[in-house]
Design a protein around this ligand. Structure first.
Ligand code: FE
Ligand code: CA
Length: 518
């Protein structure tokens, strides 16, 4: 017997839909939210919620008919969706691979919300997003994740499963969300040249056109550990090189495409990046260009400038690679951020009232001697890092001098590093280099020659070659960066531990390592 009370209680389910009821009316053969959902670019009153309809992720157009389709979205103040605080209908358009980017606004500051989508009679799983504190609000604690470099072939994304279980305000992604390489059942190890067997394979060939990049994002986004991390936290996505082409800068391909051809490739790659990231319309690229640098403000406690170190950079000195320093390293006209972004950054650094200044960026800012053997005579530098752009690097460090509290967050290296940023023999900041989610494979505590690197670079405080991510825990007095590493990425599930913590006291640039464990 169905009591009237129960019937009423059940009635809303017909409207908002229980999965079973919805599925009976589905227009899809398979689950259309196979790429997951995501939230990103939180502000004090909202965030972006994202999904892409792709019932057959690896098929052309994700298996969608090339017609627009309505997608309903809901944001609730509780995880059961008892209280819906915002909802609407948006359109998934074939022009953008049936992705949707809803900029939710008008919410309360500094609290979690839950969101989900409905389309064609099917309901997505739900995700959690978090708004930022009000501008200038007195905050005594910020905790966020730093992630990136997730080569699908190099390892499983188990680290993301751990990240999903952390209590975080948001996650900063430093790029290399995808890798453009072709799929291959075997390859030669980058370090040893020996046979290497990928744990899983990229679908398709080297990426060139829009369909290629879309398929690659779709493949990565079918990873359920990655989906879990997106469903748990709001991300601030940025990009590095592999979203487009290894070591590209501005209009220059890192792999030899002629300039006018590379422009087409970059436009396709950036469109696909936008289609798959929970970012705002303001950061939508148009024909390969756009504005991607922006600021995350966490009350009065911290400001993070999210930088774009690829789009405006001048060509790598010394013809790129790991090389002895050549004359080009001291080129006075060289640019890393480009004049406009650099002026924007200078203004933000000097004018903001936040307790901590942070740069969220991609390439290493320390100028390290990369020699790993004692018998090499000539200093080696990474030309695809700030080290090959000495004039803009010194300008940058000069701006940090006197601020006394700058933390630089970096990716790209596929290793953990902590080091001092030194300007005219004075420590002006601390660089925290976060490892990779999977790129480089299992790794080990120390890569060969690490002792030599520590010896050659007195500014280095910590080196580690395991996979994982960094968690930053910020209070008015201290900035802690915890190095969370996993034992292996060659298996789907793994064990995580805190390898070490870098501690920076406010007003005293330079890190102290604590909690070291091997
Ligand atoms: Fe990478
Ligand atoms: Ca990179």
């Amino acid at each position: 017997m169905l009591s009237r009370r129960l019937f009423i209680a059940a009635a809303p389910l017909v409207v908002i839909g229980a999965p079973g009821i919805l599925r009976a009316q589905s227009v899809f053969r398979t689950f259309p939210f196979a790429l997951g959902i995501a939230s990103g670019d939180p502000s004090q009153d909202g965030f972006v919620i994202w999904t892409r309809l792709a019932p057959d992720p690896l098929e052309l157009h994700g298996g969608m008919a090339m017609t627009p389709m309505d997608v309903e979205w809901e944001v609730a103040s509780d995880d059961r969706f008892a209280t819906i605080v915002a909802k609407g209908t948006t359109v998934a358009r074939p022009e953008v691979a049936h992705s949707v980017h809803v900029e939710v606004a008008g919410l309360q500051a500094n609290r979690p919300y839950w969101y989900r989508f409905t389309a064609g009679g099917e309901r997505s799983f739900s995700g959690r997003a978090r708004t930022l504190p009000a501008a200038g609000a007195a905050m005594d604690k910020l905790k966020f994740g730093v992630v990136g470099c997730q080569n699908y072939e190099d390892g499983f994304f188990g680290a993301y499963n751990h990240l999903a279980r952390e209590e975080l305000d948001f996650v900063f992604h430093y790029g290399d969300y995808i890798y453009e390489w072709r799929g291959s059942p075997s390859s030669a190890s980058y370090f040893t040249g020996r046979l290497q067997v990928p744990v899983r394979q990229h679908a398709g060939q080297l990426l060139y056109d829009l369909a290629d990049y879309r398929q690659r994002y779709a493949q990565y986004k079918t990873d359920t550990d990655l989906q879990r991390a997106h469903a748990a936290h709001s991300f601030y996505p940025t990009f590095d090189d592999h979203e487009i082409d290894n070591n590209w800068v501005a209009g220059i391909s890192g792999s030899g495409s002629p300039a006018e051809m590379f422009e087409l490739r970059r436009a396709a790659a950036l469109q696909a990046w936008y289609e798959h990231m929970p970012v705002r319309r303001a950061n939508m690229p148009r024909f390969g260009t756009g504005t991607f640098h922006r600021t995350a403000r966490f009350g009065n406690l911290a400001e993070i400038q999210l930088l774009d170190t690829r789009s405006y950079r001048s060509d790598q000195a010394c013809d790129d690679g790991f090389k002895p320093l050549c004359e080009g390293v001291h080129d006075k006209t060289a640019q890393v951020l480009g004049a406009e972004q650099e002026a924007w950054l200078a203004k933000n650094l000097s004018s903001n009232q936040a307790r901590w200044n942070c740069l969220g960026q991609q390439i290493m800012m320390m100028s390290l001697d990369r020699r790993r053997a004692a018998n090499e005579d000539t200093r080696i530098a990474n030309m695809d890092s700030w080290a090959a752009y000495e004039v803009p690097r010194q300008r940058m460090l000069g701006r940090m001098a006197g601020l006394g509290n700058v933390i630089v967050l970096t990716g790209d290296e596929h290793q953990n590093f902590v080091g001092d940023l030194v300007h005219r023999d004075k420590v002006v900041g601390t660089e925290i280099v976060s490892t990779s989610i999977s790129s480089g494979g299992d790794g080990s505590d120390l890569r060969y020659g690490s002792e030599q690197m520590m010896k050659n670079n007195p500014e280095l405080k910590f080196l580690n070659d395991q996979r994982g991510y960094v968690v930053c825990e910020v209070t008015p007095d201290a900035w802690l960066s915890h190095f969370q590493v996993v034992d292996q990425v060659s298996t789907r599930s793994n064990t995580m531990k805190r390898r070490a913590t870098a501690e920076v006291a406010h007003g005293i640039p330079g890190a102290k390592m604590t909690g070291l464990s091997v």
